[in-house]
Design a protein around this ligand. Structure first.
Ligand code: CA
Ligand code: CA
Length: 146
């Protein structure tokens, strides 16, 4: 099995998708998780920006997509938000989310780290992008892998 496939069990993946669904009940923001082996010698954040574009996450109505990017082999991750978010939130907005994830990742609790990060991102986004009645699920909640 590849490192990417080994990273999470199918049950863990289901829990992560459920966390995305829960988070997106609070906010119009769209959260996705992408897992790949390596960021190809780029900074995780730089690579996350590429993936963000590749997954067409830059096409949401309110420009409020958020990508949680993980490079399994490199032991790195990054959070990348669209420009709608960056215009509204203070610098370092994602730092507390990253800190929470880091705490779990350090103990190899990857599923829990992702779940906590997703839920925290949802709570943080809610203030700036509250859920609305006409909300659409603009981006798939499934984990993307490469
Ligand atoms: Ca939505
Ligand atoms: Ca979604």
């Amino acid at each position: 099995m590849s490192e990417v496939e080994e990273f999470l069990t199918p049950e863990e993946e289901k829990e992560i998708v459920a966390a995305i669904r829960t988070a997106e009940m609070q906010t119009s923001g769209e959260i996705r998780v992408h897992i790949e082996k390596s960021s190809q010698e780029k900074e995780a954040f730089e690579r996350a920006k590429e993936v963000f574009h590749w997954l067409k996450m830059d096409q949401t109505k309110e420009a409020n997509g958020v990508l949680i990017y993980v490079a399994v082999h490199d032991h790195t991750f990054a959070i990348c938000g669209d420009k709608g978010i960056n215009e509204k939130v203070p610098k370092g907005f994602w730092d507390s989310t990253k800190d929470v994830m880091q705490k779990y990742f350090r103990h190899k609790q990857f599923k829990q780290g992702l779940v906590e990060g997703i839920l925290k991102a949802g709570t943080e986004l809610r203030m700036h992008f509250p859920w609305k009645h006409d909300d659409a699920d603009e981006l798939s909640n499934e984990i993307s892998k490469a």
